[in-house]
Design a protein around this ligand. Structure first.
Ligand code: AGP
Length: 611
């Protein structure tokens, strides 16, 4: 997810674009850039935050009444000056910025290379830009027509802004799948990924639709479809305040990111999970499949929520692939001089890709000859670059300190990895493989179903918000979910919460149970169901306050609980992607009920880059 800003009108473009980029930094912030036209094309772009771009442009000629700007969340090509947007075409006449993924960029790039084109960056954006210029030059058509022809060939998602140094009075834009808003001013137009850079200038906006092209001049806005037919712009009035818009209308980034999960899990699966042809395509896994499937053991190294994802992966890989797995806290792993043999496989899980303990643990392991496979969200981050291979979760920037969508993205990647390795090893039947692919494909819709009505979860949060202690219990795949639920509640509400294997209670912790202690069971339908029913009864017998997370349609567990939350049924090996969502919401609503800052909890940082 990247931030897009454009301006054309009577003002100087640079201040408007730069301020707009700062408002969009929550959408991505690994590099940024601006293109301006005034007696020629000038492009400034830099790795890092927008403030670093601002510093780099001090003393430069920043004149021009037309400009485009971009703040990047990398998908193709690591964060760097050369991969930052705007990109400039081969002939140096055009500049373009892009938010989205061109899925068929490789075939287009090959065609252009066969014509002698070379590329300065690793991005799909530069490929599309040169494709547009190639069409314009070879067909002798207008830039608008070349854009239309090119977009008919594109597969994927895009929001693009395109300027031509030979026409400083026209800004072209197009959209499919990635948002684009155009603000209508007096003798000026503002373009952006959302309304936050626009609202201070005008509240009259046009939301561009998929497959539309916008031809924008200072005092004219024309919309056309890809068939070159004019379409009437539909002007609406913004009724949101700026602060709300950056959060997409949600009160907090944490809530926004919980609700993004149907689409972020879908984005993680997109292009990889192919249930219709019974395939999973993962470049990083495919090239290392031999080593992964022949590994004598697999170690997983991570911290916090990512460590919980590793525990789920342990159950998955051992069950499906029959490979021994050890899950290690990175902070322990790096200091205890672990036994690492050349060829050992280490899976590193990290949202930020910058966690110091995980990074150093991996550096040590790599020196001892281990193969590092990174499951990371931040493209081009230190852990991603240190890994021999990997798979990105494509969850987009996670702003809330508590990790939510990154966790389910990690589980989606790890599930696909385990399935691919099991298929390569022959440790999974074709029927079960095919069934799990269908089940995995259905997860985004099931998460969306959970999010349709969260009033019950909010009520439970309000009921138990004054608890001093909380227990989260689960078995099997739901044990790591119990740990994650406890961590979320601790982080967001500051209530002391512990996660435990449900059967472990009788070995001591059950002494804690009294009529004040809420005990939350993650008790979805799985192979442990009958056992967990007994565990619930053990707590009830000691007057504990029982909250249950159950499978829709279950009547036994709910009949025993004081309060219950439901999730749709799913194969137990994939169920954690569903079970965790109500627990994320429980922590959010509890923190809210206690009047706490759920996006920036006390004492915490989003990425722990110190040891
Ligand atoms: C999770 O809610 C926490 N914010 C924290 O435990 C986090 O998961 C941990 O610091 C690891 O971060 P990483 O995934 O970026 O490496």
């Amino acid at each position: 997810m990247c931030g897009i800003v454009g301006y054309i009108g009577h003002r100087q473009a640079y201040p408007v674009v730069l301020k707009g980029l700062k408002r969009l930094e929550y959408r991505g912030y690994d590099s940024s850039g601006v293109a301006l036209i005034d007696d020629g094309l000038r492009v400034f772009k830099k790795k890092g935050k927008v403030s670093e771009l601002e510093e780099a442009t001090i003393g430069q000629n920043l004149s021009g009444q037309i400009g485009i700007g971009h703040t990047r969340w990398a998908t193709h090509g690591e964060p760097s000056d050369r991969n930052a947007h705007p990109h400039v075409s081969a002939l140096g006449k055009l500049a373009m910025i892009h938010n989205g993924i061109i899925e068929n960029y490789a075939s287009i790039k090959e065609e252009l290379q066969n014509k002698g084109y070379t590329f300065k960056s690793d991005t799909d954006t530069e490929v599309l830009l040169n494709f547009i210029e190639d069409i314009k030059e070879n067909n002798g058509c207008s830039l608008e027509e070349a854009l239309r022809i090119a977009l008919k060939r594109v597969v994927g998602a895009y929001c693009i802004l395109l300027v031509d140094c030979n026409d400083p009075h026209t800004l072209l834009a197009a959209r499919k799948g990635s948002p684009l808003v155009i603000g209508i001013g007096k003798g000026e137009h503002f373009l952006a990924s959302d309304a936050s850079p626009i609202i201070e200038y005008t509240k009259e906006v046009v939301y561009v639709n998929d497959y539309q092209i916008a031809i924008v001049k200072a005092d004219e806005l024309i919309l056309k479809n890809l068939g070159n037919e004019r379409q009437t712009p539909f002007i609406t009035k913004l009724d949101m305040e700026l602060a709300a818009i950056e959060k997409g209308g949600y009160d907090h980034f944490m809530l926004k990111e919980i609700y993004e999960q149907p689409s972020t899990i879908h984005d993680c699966l997109r292009g990889r999970l192919k249930p219709d042809v019974n395939q999973i395509i993962m470049g990083g896994v495919d090239v290392n499949l031999d080593q992964l499937s022949k590994a004598a053991r697999i170690m997983i190294v991570a911290c916090g929520t990512s460590w919980h994802a590793g525990l789920v992966a342990e159950y998955l890989i051992e069950e499906l692939c029959r490979i021994p797995v050890e899950v290690e806290y990175a902070s322990e792993f790096r200091y205890r001089n672990p036994v690492i043999n050349p060829g050992d496989v280490i899976i590193a899980i990290s949202q930020s890709g910058e966690t110091a303990d995980t990074l150093v643990a991996l550096e040590n392991a790599k020196e001892k000859g281990a193969i590092i496979f990174g499951v990371v969200n931040a493209v081009g981050s230190s852990i991603a670059r240190l890994s021999h291979a990997g798979a990105y979760t494509h969850s987009g920037p996670e702003i809330g300190v508590a990790s939510t969508k990154a966790f389910t993205g990690q589980l989606a990647v790890l599930s696909m990895m385990a399935l691919k390795i099991a298929q390569a090893k022959g440790t999974i039947s074709p029927e079960r493989f095919s069934h799990l692919l269908q089940e995995l494909a259905a997860i985004p819709a099931k998460v969306a179903k959970i999010l349709e009505d969260t009033t019950g979860i909010e009520a439970i949060a309000k009921k138990y918000k004054d608890a001093r202690d909380f227990l989260f219990l689960g078995r099997g795949y739901n044990f790591p979910v119990a740990l994650e639920g406890a961590l979320k509640l601790k982080e967001i509400s500051y209530i002391h919460a512990e996660g435990y294997p449900a059967a472990e209670m009788k070995h001591g912790p059950i002494a804690l149970v009294d009529d004040k202690l809420p005990v939350l069971f993650v008790a979805t339908k799985d192979r442990y169901y009958d056992k967990i029913v007994s565990n619930v009864q053990e707590i009830k017998a000691r007057k504990g306050r029982v909250i249950c997370l159950a499978t829709e349609g279950d009547t036994i567990i709910p009949s025993m609980a004081d309060d219950v939350m439901f999730v749709p049924d799913a194969d137990e090996v994939l169920a954690p992607m569903l079970s965790v969502v109500p627990l994320q919401l429980l922590s959010y609503y509890t923190g809210l009920a206690l009047g706490l800052d759920v996006d920036k909890p006390r004492n915490l940082a989003k990425s722990v880059t110190v040891e």
